[in-house]
Design a protein around this ligand. Structure first.
Ligand SMILES: Cc1ncc(COP(=O)(O)O)c(C=O)c1O
Length: 427
């Protein structure tokens, strides 16, 4: 009998590529016991229950809270998406306005629609100023690090939030490990009230494993109710075990990220010696993001060259290629990555795309737009109509139009320049 997915995964595994993508365990037996499936149980008298925890799950979560220095840490087997949903529910239980950086995962946009929240959009570098201009927002939501590993100035954003006594919520999907880097860069250390950490992206955790990290006590009590609102009643025990084991592993390997930082720095230096640019500003020291377009090589082509050298990257777009390195990558993995970078042809920089157009005006609430009847139209006919979906070209990875916004000529022209030809609009 054919089993197409199983067959495809076995074929991919047998390519033997060095994994520089999620999950962070890199399929290494050093990260997790290979017989984890023998622990795939359910809620039994002695195995506890995630959303009603009073036994080993509660104790495992308490140990995780101790490790991260939080008021409470909740396990999620539904990814960081579940943590984001719960975080939003905890911060704004009665709805209202939320100031959001435009760099945002679609899961968060959907959760805001489900919860009836009204996002007020700002570019990430303008969040503190936008907060001053919007006295009626009840929380601030940002993504840091972003996919390229760039970090926002969480300390100054959280100081602005503290002045207004509103919580700062951070989508820290790509930064669960930042509590263990040197220096430590986790957003909780810089004043975030809560963070959603996709443990499976950068730590030895099975796909789907994440932590909701609660820094401020006032959100601790209702946390399980908020998680249960969106979570499956059958969370995977192997995923939860992997979260528990990752905590234990981090406690006993406190310096595990030092060599990863060194290897990542070597690759960035090698790239720099070949005139390949890397993102500027404060970045995750373990993330390897190469702007290969700076030497004439589209990121997507660089990704192909990585694959030919036996390396599977996390992500590539027209300008960048991104590798995720963790303590479970081997010396051989890093050697292959360096060899690939040495093989990159270099030439004249590729032209940069246009500047992002101004944010389009909002015409309808997010929730109303997402649930409204919609139709797909050619982009040139979408001008003046209200978008029913987010349009997000890569790069820059920032939605140019959000659901509920009226499509401007500038936005349509920008999107056409990135190869967008159609958009879903409200009927
Ligand atoms: C920035 C960001 N936030 C949230 C998520 C969702 O995380 P998960 O896949 O763990 O649900 C992702 C996933 O790629 C992401 O990149």
């Amino acid at each position: 009998m054919p089993a197409p997915l199983y067959d495809a995964l076995v074929r991919h595994r047998d390519l033997g590529r060095a994994s520089f993508h999620t999950p962070g365990h890199k399929n290494s037996p050093a990260a997790l016991p290979p017989d984890l499936y023998t622990l795939d149980f359910t809620e039994l008298p002695d195995t506890d229950s995630l959303f009603d925890a009073s036994g080993p799950i509660l104790e495992a979560e308490r140990l995780a809270a101790e490790l991260f220095g939080t008021a409470r840490t909740c396990f999620s087997a539904g990814g960081c998406t579940l943590c984001i949903q719960a975080m939003l529910r905890l911060a704004l239980p009665r709805g209202g306005k939320i100031l959001c950086s435009r760099v945002i995962h679609r899961g968060a946009v959907n959760a805001m629609a489900l919860l009836g929240l009204e996002p007020v959009w700002a570019m990430p570098e303008n969040v503190a100023a936008a907060l001053k201009a919007n006295p009626d927002v009840g929380a601030v939501y940002v993504t840091s690090p972003d996919y390229y590993g760039r970090l926002l100035d969480i300390a100054s954003i959280s100081a602005a939030c503290a002045g207004r006594e509103i919580p700062l919520l951070v989508d820290n999907a790509h930064g669960a490990h930042l509590m263990f880097t040197h220096p430590r860069l986790h957003p909780l250390l810089f004043g975030a009230a809560m963070t959603a950490d996709s443990a499976h992206k950068t730590l030895g955790v099975l796909t789907g494993g994440a932590w909701l990290q609660i820094g401020e006590k006032r959100y601790a009590e209702d946390a399980k109710r908020a998680m249960a609102l969106f979570g499956s009643t059958s969370p995977s025990y192997p995923v939860m075990v992997s979260l528990d084991r990752a905590g234990e592993w981090l406690r006993t390997h406190p310096d595990a990220f030092l060599p990863v930082q060194q290897r990542a720095a070597e690759i960035r230096e090698l790239a720099a010696s070949r005139e390949i640019a890397v993102p500027e500003g404060v970045c995750d020291p373990t993330r390897i993001t190469l702007e290969t377009a700076s030497v004439g090589l589209p990121g997507t082509q660089a990704a192909e060259l990585f694959r030919r050298a036996g390396v599977e990257p996390e992500y590539a777009d027209a300008r960048y290629v991104v590798l995720i390195a963790t303590p479970f990558n081997t010396e051989n993995d890093f050697r292959r990555a360096r060899d690939a970078v040495r093989s990159f042809p270099t030439g004249k920089p590729l032209p940069r795309g246009q500047e992002l157009p101004p944010l389009p005006p909002a015409a309808m609430e997010l929730r109303e737009a997402i649930f409204a009847a919609a139709e797909t139209v050619p982009l040139k006919n979408a001008v003046g109509r209200v978008a029913a979906e987010a349009a997000c070209p890569c790069p820059p990875g920032v939605p140019v139009v959000m659901p509920g916004e009226r499509v401007t000529i500038e936005a349509a022209e920008f999107l056409l320049g990135y190869g967008f030809f159609e958009l879903e609009v409200i009927k």
